[in-house]
Design a binder for this molecule. Structure first.
Ligand SMILES: [Zn+2]
Length: 389
């Protein structure tokens, strides 16, 4: 150990002496696991000193590894510039890795890296033959073209959001907060108190489970599900796998043990529970679901197609439904006795109680076409997801 310690900067040696290591496994959108080694450093009083984002961890990793790796922030920058997408095939969602373009694993110049999926990476290992395989010059061309395309797309998105915001229009279908950001925040909290972070993780998980149940109508219009009942229901429906169901239970049991506080809880137990919570949360957020956003709200409704005979107490609401992939966004009008929908809000998928009351046929003036459109529907009663959790 002393030989290795000599290579590690003095400022980071404490990590090697007393660090606990753990493996955080996450599941991507295609259900594939990715494992990351994580260093923890814990004081006697249970304070978490090192964290997942610690640069010290990367330094220790460098000292051990035979290959020179990029500093974490540089690696992140390369990933972001390529939108975490392979620059050769450009297929979104594939697991990717950083590839040393010149094949020299000690060359840590950021310009020497390209983001490649595993298949395309294999192509770089093929040489000779009839022009098959990818050489370094080709990978550089692919990388530069893709990075430029990503930058242009980002500029377009920023312009688009800027335009809509300037026009006072809400942004519809804004993606929910990234799971990584949520988990980072919880783990930062763990540096102060692992117990507090555990309670925070519990709240995050509960919100996700209730939201998942509500967003696609799997909750049968009820919003009072306890997290335990909600996960049972999602499991019954086949939305949540056996293993995810189990990891949720393991986390809940861990939290209850901590909350009961009868026996002293070791720091390892706290960190293990946090680890299970992070895994469970990430897997839940990866479950494909429909999301419904209010595009037009509280539109007047008529019994005729000329706007003469107003129907009191009934309104049209136009919803944009997005996902699950790869279905493209689609807009549809519904009738509702609710008149307080906010444009841009993500709402649950819910109808008035059984038996459904059919409110149509009726007509409303469709804003984009400025034409009267017919709509017949039962009473739509979705509520903003932000009100559920
Ligand atoms: Zn690829």
């Amino acid at each position: 150990m002393s030989g290795v310690l000599d290579d590690v900067p003095e400022s980071h040696r404490d990590l090697l002496r007393s660090a606990l290591t753990a493996t955080l496994t996450t599941i991507d959108g295609r259900g594939r696991p990715h494992s990351t080694a994580v260093w923890y450093l814990v004081d006697e009083d249970g304070q978490l000193k090192g964290s997942i984002t610690s640069d010290a961890g990367a330094t220790v990793s460098d000292a051990y590894g035979p290959r020179r790796s990029l500093a974490q922030d540089e690696a992140a920058a390369v990933m972001v510039a390529s939108d975490r997408t392979c620059c050769v095939c450009r297929i979104p969602g594939r697991p990717v890795q950083l590839h040393h373009i010149d094949g020299d694993r000690t060359n840590a110049d950021p310009a020497n890296f390209a983001v490649l999926c595993l298949d395309c990476h294999n192509e770089t290992q093929v040489s000779g033959g009839f022009g098959r395989g990818l050489n370094a010059a080709q990978v550089r061309l692919y990388r530069d073209a893709w990075v430029a395309a990503v930058a242009e797309r980002l500029r377009g998105q920023v312009r688009d959001i800027g335009r809509r915001a300037a026009a006072g229009e809400p942004v519809i279908g804004a993606p929910p907060e990234r799971p990584d950001d949520v988990i980072d925040r919880v783990l930062e909290e763990a540096e102060q108190s692992a117990r507090l972070a555990l309670r925070h993780m519990e709240a995050v998980l509960e919100r996700e489970v209730r939201g998942l149940l509500a967003s696609s109508g799997w909750g049968q219009g009820r919003y009072d599900w306890t997290p335990a009942d909600a996960i049972e229901r999602l499991h019954e429906l086949g939305v949540v796998s056996q293993s995810l169901h189990r990891s949720f239970k393991v986390f809940e049991t861990g939290v209850q043990t901590v909350v009961a506080g009868n026996a002293p809880i070791s720091t390892e137990d706290l960190l293990r529970a946090l680890d299970v919570g992070a895994f469970t949360y990430r897997a839940l957020t990866a479950i494909p679901r429909e999301r419904h956003y209010v595009v037009h709200a509280n539109l007047a409704v008529y019994r005729d197609d000329g706007g003469r005979d107003l129907v009191p107490g009934v309104f049209a609401v136009v919803l944009r439904t997005i996902g699950p992939r790869p279905r493209s966004p689609r807009d549809q009008a519904f009738l509702s006795t609710k008149s307080d929908y906010a444009v841009g809000a993500e709402v649950s998928w819910r109808w008035a109680d059984q038996p459904p009351r059919v409110l149509g046929p009726a007509w409303y003036l469709d804003p984009p076409t400025d034409q009267y459109a017919e709509v017949a529907s039962v009473d739509f009663q979705g509520i903003p997801l932000t009100e559920i959790a």
